[in-house]
Design a protein around this ligand. Structure first.
Ligand code: X5A
Ligand code: ZN
Length: 651
């Protein structure tokens, strides 16, 4: 029996007709000088190689890419955007291309970008058309650049054209295909803002996105992905966002959302076809996502969707930046589409408490539109939250700090308890996130502050968590919530200045920067907090709103050695943050003094006016004054003129 089955598997096509699309031409989109970037050509190569060596592509119908026609792209994007993407790779743009890209949010462009963008959009159309016609049961388009962040007139977040939105409009507009209702499931770890906007008022498209949100601080870092965003007019109720409050979500969290939101709604909506914005950046091991969905988890999520639309499902690749993780996840999904392996088993871990909370608020928000969401989620279920066995042991062993234990459970223990051993890539990622903390929690540094953190209550939010008056974002705090062991003020020969047009937290006006190089004629007042290197890492994370996960420290012992030698180091992992440059300011009682600021290339941009120098807002300036005055450094008048001078002096 077994032999027969093996033979039929390795030599013949599947009973189910499954399409797979790969085209090397989509690899020609890459960074201008091939500088390292997470969204690089090896992503689709890795997936394709994996599917070939696992014998998957051999059981599928292999398709090659086709460029999308402008008329289809124009159903989603404006003419000027389409013109730009069509022409951006031509020679006439050679001198302007990098400048144009730098003005966009998280976009690079090169000579291959136009073709790749047209091929990615055209490929999703191509496979969707074949599935709609019934030539294929289902299909996977291994495309790049990704699409779900691209908006009507804007490329962003590594996305040029919104491939899935374009294919969706194509299906709906080709009336003879008989596709009138489409469910889009966006399981990329980021919110599908572009897709959401495209179908905001459209009841023919049910857009469902589950993503890390963290109260609007995770990329794309706004409120578009909030659960209150449900669509408008005739589209009200046809937009569903499930915003995670934290990273580390895994199979149990996603499955709970499927069981208690997506699947019941899909049943009621009864789509004619399902398109999945299949980013694999929620996969365990992803450097940007910080979540831990396993290949088995993805298989389950997909399997549950196969019961709708008579299995007419198209997966289109979006994000996903760990080559091993995305390849294994894609492989698991293909096995589901081919329907040759039964996906069974159970995940050991329970969802987070925050997951149940999010599920409840989403159901509440949408129950007027979907009667299947009206009932309360049974308390018996909700009480099953991670982690059960570990909890008891811990609480009894250190009951004096019961609250801290809760924190520990949420932040540290659960990822450990969900450790699984069948995929090597994920074991690494999860155990690492726990061990670096204990190493760095024993090492003290002085964190030298020159901006609003000089005001102690403001700084403490980065340690304790919470939200201070006038602050736009909720701070997660450090995992180690012990207050600074000592506070010390010092003067350094560095230049303080204020720049940028505005910030989320402070609104219009510049924020403080420290010139990374010292100069004898300058002085800056700095408030030094003695904290641990672990806490310093958590502050770095929060200051930079980085979308990178915490499975490894941003600044470790090697970095500490290196910064002492070199004077400053640029943190690769937080390139996008404004305070990604850690500067060493010397020693104080055998403990290194560190600060975080911009780097020299930012200084150049400030000098050239590319990024404006800008006086601080009143609010922000007041906070600095409060810091200096309450810290006993300057009188109020002195503090005010100190800030004024720093803001007025040209760089
Ligand atoms: C498609 C996707 C992520 C953009 C992150 C920018 N984009 N920091 O995953
Ligand atoms: Zn993503």
């Amino acid at each position: 029996m077994e032999a027969v089955e093996t033979a039929s598997r390795s030599t013949s096509r599947s009973l189910r007709r499954v399409g797979i699309l790969y085209d090397e031409r989509m690899c020609r989109h890459h960074t201008p000088d091939d500088e390292p970037h997470p969204e690089n050509p090896n992503r689709i190569r890795a997936i394709w190689n994996k599917l070939q060596s696992a014998g998957i592509s051999q059981r599928c119908e292999v398709l090659s890419a086709k460029e999308a026609e402008d008329k289809y792209i124009l159903s989603v994007h404006g003419k000027s955007h389409v013109d730009l993407i069509r022409n951006i790779s031509s020679q006439q743009y050679n001198s302007r291309r990098n400048r144009i890209a730098s003005k966009l949010n998280s976009i690079y462009l090169n000579e291959g970008s136009s073709e790749a963008a047209y091929l990615a959009a055209g490929s999703v159309i191509e496979v969707a058309k074949r599935v709609a016609k019934g030539e294929l049961d289902s299909a996977f388009a291994i495309v790049r650049p990704p699409g779900h962040h691209a908006e009507h007139d804007e490329a962003m977040g590594f996305c040029l054209f919104n491939n899935v939105a374009i294919a969706t409009n194509f299906l709906l507009n080709e009336k003879e295909l008989g596709i009138n209702k489409i469910l889009i499931v966006d399981w990329d770890v980021h919110h599908g803002n572009g897709t959401q906007k495209t179908f905001w008022k459209d009841p023919r498209v049910l857009f469902f996105s589950v993503h890390r949100h963290e109260f609007g601080s995770f990329y794309p870092s706004n409120d578009d992905g909030d659960y209150t965003m449900i669509g408008e007019g005739p589209g009200a109720g046809y937009n569903i966002n499930v915003p995670w409050e934290n990273g580390r979500c895994g199979d149990a969290d996603y499955l709970a959302v499927w069981d208690h939101i997506l699947i019941p709604v899909a049943k009621q909506f009864n789509p004619d076809m399902i398109l999945i914005s299949a980013g694999f950046d929620a996969a365990v091991g992803d450097p940007l996502g910080g979540c831990c969905v396993t290949p088995y988890g993805y298989a389950m999520l997909l399997r549950k969707l196969m019961d709708f639309a008579r299995g007419k499902i198209v997966l289109a690749l979006e994000g996903g930046y760990n080559l091993a993780s995305i390849s294994n996840s894609a492989l698991a999904c293909m096995e589901v589409l081919l329907d040759e392996k039964i996906v069974t088993g159970s995940t050991e871990a329970y969802p987070f408490e925050s997951t149940w909370r999010v599920i409840q608020v989403v159901r509440q928000e949408l129950k007027a539109f979907w009667s299947v969401l009206a009932d309360e989620v049974p308390t018996k279920l909700i009480s099953q939250k991670a982690p059960i066995p570990v909890k008891k042991i811990l609480i009894s062993s250190c009951d004096s700090e019961a609250e801290d234990v809760e924190e520990l459970l949420q932040e540290v223990i659960r990822p450990l308890s969900t450790l699984r051993v069948d995929e090597d890539c994920r074991v690494l990622a999860e155990s690492a996130s726990v061990s670096w903390r204990s190493d760095l929690s024993n090492i003290d540094i002085w964190y030298a502050t020159f901006g609003s953190n000089m005001w102690k209550p403001r700084f403490l939010f980065y340690i304790e968590g919470g939200q201070v008056d006038g602050m736009q974002k909720l701070c997660s705090g450090s995992m180690d919530k012990r207050p600074p062991k000592e506070i010390l003020w010092k003067i350094f020969p560095h230049r303080l200045f204020f720049g940028r047009e505005s910030t989320r937290t402070w609104g219009l006006g510049g924020v403080a920067f420290l010139h990374p190089e010292s100069k004898n004629e300058d002085i800056v007042h700095m408030c030094l907090y003695r904290i641990t290197l672990e806490q310093f890492n958590d502050v770095l994370h929060q200051e930079n709103i980085s979308s990178y996960d915490m499975s490894s420290p941003l600044f470790d012992l090697t970095s500490l050695d290196c910064v002492k030698e070199k004077g400053s180091i640029n943190l690769e992992a937080v390139k996008k943050g404004w305070y990604h440059n850690v500067v060493y300011l010397g020693m104080e009682r055998d403990i290194p003094i560190l600060t975080m600021t911009c780097d020299l290339s930012d200084i150049e941009n400030f000098k050239s006016g590319k990024v404006p120098l800008h006086a601080p807002s009143e609010d922000y300036a007041n906070t600095l004054v409060k810091g200096l005055v309450e810290g006993g450094q300057l009188s109020e008048e002195e503090a005010v003129s100190y800030i004024k001078e720093a803001a007025a002096k040209p760089l």
